[in-house]
Design a protein around this ligand. Structure first.
Ligand code: AMP
Length: 156
């Protein structure tokens, strides 16, 4: 990793908060693509899910703790992604990244779709699994209905 250089923002440096199912997949993918990645989780065991080829750093601690974020050199990050299993933690970490450390790109996972629009106002991009899943299911359903009506469909 080319992390610890003097310049302010390190190009392609992403901090992933939460090493759960989503966080680990994201961190492995970014690392495989050659990005600089630090992944934070409060539970040390969570890092066992990282792939053996993961080339980033892992940091144990609460992601709303300023000391932990500073240890991760958050001020040098170009992107912060908050994907713990707790909306409040994701929101708090995202707001710290955006407001205190002026990180350009901040993305938070929110389970509660009703809170999505609020955080857009703060310049925080949000992803909501329920909304994304509903969109994909609707897409599959409409593809199925097209397939059903298609003249190419075999007559039964
Ligand atoms: P998952 O439910 O698979 O998406 O996993 C969520 C991950 O977020 C777990 O590994 C938790 O240990 C982690 N997590 C939850 N709260 C915090 C927190 N405050 N700081 C860092 N990681 C957290």
């Amino acid at each position: 990793m080319e992390l610890f250089m003097g310049k302010k923002t390190v190009e392609n440096y992403t901090i992933v908060i939460g090493c759960g199912r989503l966080g680990v997949t994201l961190a492995n993918t970014l690392s495989d693509k050659g990005g600089n990645v630090t992944i934070i989780d409060k539970n040390n065991d969570a890092f066992r899910k990282l792939s053996p080829s993961f080339g980033g750093l892992s940091l144990t601690g609460d992601a709303t703790d300023l000391d932990v974020l500073q240890e991760a050199q958050i001020s040098k990050a170009s992107v912060v992604v908050a994907v713990t299993d707790n909306d409040n933690i994701n929101i708090m970490a995202a707001q710290i990244a955006r407001e205190l450390f002026k990180i350009q790109r901040v993305i938070a996972r929110l389970y509660d779709p009703d809170r999505e629009c609020v955080y857009r106002e703060f310049g925080i991009d949000t992803i909501c699994p329920a909304v994304l899943s509903a969109r994909e299911i609707n897409k599959l359903l409409s593809e199925n209905s097209i397939a059903k009506d298609s003249p190419l469909r075999e007559k039964q």
